[in-house]
Ligand binder design. Structure first.
Ligand code: ADP
Ligand code: MG
Length: 339
């Protein structure tokens, strides 16, 4: 088993605190993304797992064994970085072969394994090319093949798609996921891109200032963010000023449950959870209607604040700009934070 447990890991660089009581459990065979803004400690966490840096305090277990004493080479995890790290003077074949040579595997077995890997990443016809003759996406596929050549127990990816343009990025993202599933390899994927993390992961750890703010499946994080930091990080939300009346919270035209500790707050409501009903007495006014392909985004103003709703195309057909509408919400238990 190659489950990973970061236990209260702290890392100081002089006065700088890169990680502070960072705890995270990763199940064997899963792909977990570490998602957070630049500087929050993602790379530091990954490099501690790889064995490149030692934490100031805390513990790290893989498969139930403490591994902080093990040097990086003994851990033997596969790694891919943002920058293309291929050897420029070696062909595709030679780059993938390199770790096998280091391991002193004989030539025939090496060739067999390299050909398997070339097939896995669909790069057979580029075997004799040098990195400068290949696109960024192709180079990253080779880096990936090289990283898994020795069948490492764990694969570590540090923003491997950040340098690529959007179309290649989406394609390679899906390829990484299918490769990871086929190999069943425990994978830690570091990114600052929420869509990337949501699309690819079994679990996402949202990080903030050296700590895990929330760990959950993409769906859990989207539907039940524990606070506004997480809600903002995973998708867009309307921020609606709300008040508690009696025991219930009034959010737009709906009564919902919410916190008991305070009486005025901001509710975070996803655009698809806003329901629009035409009503001449409604206090919301339709300002803009954008057709976005598979859905329609409606921009409204409510007492000077902008509210965004995403509707099915059929639901939006009868709406017109300038129309007065009433807004209710579909979320019976939204996140509400104190002002
Ligand atoms: P991320 O990958 O999320 O962008 P990092 O893990 O690289 O963040 O860095 C976390 C914090 O630690 C940052 O404030 C960064 O400036 C600091 N840091 C990282 N590496 C070093 C280092 N070698 N020396 C000093 N400070 C560092
Ligand atoms: Mg980083």
């Amino acid at each position: 088993m190659t489950d990973v447990q970061f236990k209260n890991i702290t890392k100081h660089y002089g006065a700088e605190v890169a990680l502070s009581n960072f705890s995270l459990n990763i199940n064997s065979g899963e792909l977990v993304s570490i998602l957070g803004p630049s500087g929050c400690g993602k790379t530091t966490a990954l490099r501690i797992l790889a064995g490149f840096i030692q934490p100031t305090a805390g513990n790290l277990l893989v498969g139930g064994h403490e591994i902080l004493e093990l040097p990086a080479a003994k851990r033997g995890y596969g790694m891919v970085f943002q920058s293309y790290s291929l050897f420029p003077n070696m062909t595709t074949f030679e780059n993938i072969e390199f770790p096998l040579k280091l391991r002193k595997i004989d030539a025939a077995a090496r060739a067999k394994r390299v050909n398997e890997l070339l097939d896995l990443i669909s790069m057979e016809e580029h075997a004799q090319k040098f990195p400068h003759q290949l696109s960024g996406g192709q180079q990253q596929r080779i880096a990936l093949a090289r990283a898994v050549a020795l069948e490492p127990p764990i694969l570590l990816l540090d923003e491997p798609l950040s340098a690529l343009d959007a179309t290649v990025r989406d394609q390679l993202r899906d390829e990484i996921r299918s490769l990871q599933k086929r190999l069943g390899i425990t994978t830690v994927f570091v990114t600052h891109d929420q869509q990337e993390a949501m699309a690819i992961s079994d679990q996402v750890a949202i990080m903030r200032s050296g700590q895990v703010e929330q760990l959950g499946s993409p769906r859990e994080l989207y539907q039940n963010p524990k606070n506004s930091f997480v809600a903002r990080f995973v998708g867009i939300s309307n921020q609606i000023k709300s008040t508690k009346i009696g025991d219930a919270w009034k959010v737009l035209g709906s009564s919902v449950s919410g916190p008991a500790e305070f009486n005025t707050g901001i509710a975070f409501i996803r655009p698809e959870d806003i329901k629009i009903t035409p009503n001449l007495d409604g206090i919301a006014v339709v300002e803009e209607i954008s057709f976005l392909g598979s859905f329609v985004r409606v921009f409204m103003s409510v007492e000077g604040n902008r509210v965004i709703a995403d509707l099915q195309i059929s639901e939006a057909e009868k709406l017109i700009i300038g129309q007065q509408v009433e807004l209710t919400i579909r979320d019976a238990n939204p996140l509400i934070e104190s002002i």
